[in-house]
Design a protein around this ligand. Sequence first.
Ligand code: ZN
Length: 242
Amino acid sequence: MNFTYLDYTNMIKNILNGGYDICNYENIRASKKGVVLRHDVDFDLKKALEMAKLEYSIGVSSTYFVLISTDFYNICSKKSVAILNEIIEMNHDIGLHFDEQRYEMETIIGMKKEVLKEVSIIQKIINKPIKTISMHRPSKLTLESNVHFEGLINSYSSYFFKDMKYISDSRMHWREDTEDVINCNNYNKIHILTHPFWYSNKIENTREKLTKFINEAKLSRYESMNLNFRDLDQYIHREEIY
Ligand SMILES: [Zn+2]
């Protein structure tokens, strides 16, 4: 897997050829042989949109978990809401990506309160119910506690995290070969976490992807400034910031 869109497409085709249904968090239990596609959007909503379009073109749906407490993107902005709506229109789900480290929480009860607050915020923004949650930087306590959130499916609950075969591309690294896991026929249910951030048209290594993202931030900061500060180019031209 070279983390290109072609590789991702081939992985999905391999899943479908293996006789798996592509399920969501609600209907996976009813499936005899199914895969849940989970995407955590850690850094960039635009990459989530690219992935959502790709999946739509292949004819599969997945769940995009978005953060509301990150400095990387703002889901309240006009641009972000348009992206989220576009993702929803392509039959994908939006879930809450919850960053425990945003809060000083010592108990599960405390965490549940904050989760409910974040869920209600996203629901107001996208005008749709949020049905699923995944953790960003989960604590050991959360991973081990099989936490039940009222009205939400927890992607770290034991069914999804332990009963199903769980594989993830965290830090742009699959600990197991995805093809082997899909083709070995040992697993009736597979839960696949990918981060859209790592995928692109061209083959790029981790450093290249990170560098590109950091450098592009300069231009996007300029564009935001341009929308909010009249005659910005009298002071600094777009070409100067590369
Ligand atoms: Zn995350």
